[in-house]
Design a protein. Structure first.
Length: 226
């Protein structure tokens, strides 16, 4: 954060992070540098904040529900939030805004539960969007990082071979491949048809590997690769 503040503060930036970041020194430093924050906040590690939240009554603690369709089923999203609650004990405690989401199915079984703290003021109108942003961190982890590591891109391998820049080069080629495949998924009908038939990325790469073994593709005048 100290090194890259100037690069990212051309627009409004909200830092996402897990429970380890939801403490006063880091939150104060984020605000000092002009960032907003939205961090996971667990009861076990923030006992003072949750004692305060549990004591609040309406309208200081607001709760509302929404029905959201997930596939062929309907889920109930229960939102709770409170503004300007102390992040820690003491008169100088940083005041933050807390929100919580509980997702249940039609039988009342809990499917998801999490909570966050942020400096953004919370209202009925913006809490669903704030919660969706907090959950997006897991979406990034699962659909980006884990895809690169486990779905055929092999980013978990040690690219430390080579005397100069080979490791950085191989990682960059991995990221470019993922970028192009993502772009093709939005823009190329043929690619979407292939991926619909080969839903698994690993299977897709296996077919590409087989094609490049048995078919020759021209790359320039008078030459080809196999």
């Amino acid at each position: 954060m100290e090194q890259h503040t100037a690069r990212y503060l051309e627009g409004t930036v909200t830092l996402l992070g897990d429970d380890l970041y939801a403490h006063q020194p880091f939150c104060r430093r984020a605000l000092m540098h002009g960032f907003h924050f939205l961090f996971t906040c667990k009861p076990d590690s923030h006992t003072s904040l949750y004692r305060w939240v549990d004591l609040l009554q309406s309208p200081d603690r607001r709760t509302f529900k929404a029905r959201v369709k997930a596939g062929s089923q309907w889920h109930t999203y229960t939102y709770a939030y409170a503004n300007r609650v102390p992040l820690a004990e003491g008169e100088d405690a940083l005041r933050v805004n807390w929100c919580e989401l509980t997702v249940t199915d039609r039988k009342g079984h809990t499917l998801y539960h999490n909570a966050w703290v942020t400096d953004w003021p919370l209202t009925d109108a913006n809490v669903p969007a704030v919660v969706a942003s907090g959950r997006a961190r897991w979406k990034i982890e699962n659909e980006n990082n884990n895809t690169l590591k486990t779905k055929g891109y092999h980013l978990e391998h040690n690219f430390g071979h080579g005397k100069k820049h080979l490791a950085a080069f191989l990682v960059t080629m991995n990221l470019l491949a993922f970028l192009f495949h993502t772009a093709l998924g939005f823009t190329d009908a043929h690619y979407r048809l292939v991926r619909a038939a080969l839903h698994s990325r690993r299977t897709f790469f296996e077919h590409v590997n087989a094609l490049t073994h048995y078919l020759h593709f021209p790359v320039g005048a008078g030459c080809c690769v196999s």
